[in-house]
Design a protein around this ligand. Structure first.
Ligand code: NI
Length: 168
């Protein structure tokens, strides 16, 4: 089922997500919905809190094919190593109509459980490394705009307020 993606400044996006202790049918359903929602958007990544579920799971697919073969499901993901520097433009399904460059690590090693509960390790670089960092941030209640300089963030907030007023 395609779920509604919460958008800035919804306070649900600022909450920390809890670890998943056991992979139950509701968790499998959540992951299924997350993948469907991400592909429909379309987007390259989605974290559970973006659809209001505060559980530590993210889905990522940077293939651009919008089909499951390249889908990454990462449950309780942890960055165990990070190195190098990246400064690429990012967007977010929860921050529509806005993009900005963000400082990230260029390469990360991520450990997580897959949907079968098996521990997996991803050695990620470039777009995949950025996607992991962006999505894991969501689990901490952090959006990419939180990484911007004070001045840039102020400009973003002004733009967001204006857009909200225009919608009214
Ligand atoms: Ni995002």
């Amino acid at each position: 089922m395609i779920r509604t993606i919460l958008t800035y400044p919804n306070s649900e996006l600022k909450k920390k997500s809890a670890p998943i202790t056991i992979i139950t049918d509701p968790i499998r359903q959540l992951v299924h919905d997350m993948a469907e929602t991400m592909y429909a958007a379309p987007g390259v990544g989605l974290a559970a809190p973006q659809i209001g579920a505060h559980q530590r799971v993210v889905v990522i697919d940077i293939s651009g094919k919008n089909e499951p073969p390249d889908l990454i499901v990462a449950i309780n993901p942890v960055i165990v190593h990070a190195e190098g520097e990246a400064y690429e433009e990012e967007g977010c399904l929860s921050v529509p109509d806005y993009a900005a460059n963000v400082r990230r690590y260029a390469r990360v090693i991520v450990k997580a459980l897959d949907l079968e509960g098996i521990e997996r390790t991803w050695k990620a670089e470039d777009l995949l490394a950025i996607a992991f960092q962006h999505e894991i941030d969501h689990l901490e209640g952090i959006l990419f705009v939180d990484h911007l300089s004070a001045l840039k963030r102020e400009l973003f907030q002004r733009k967001a307020r204006k857009a909200a007023e225009e919608k009214r």
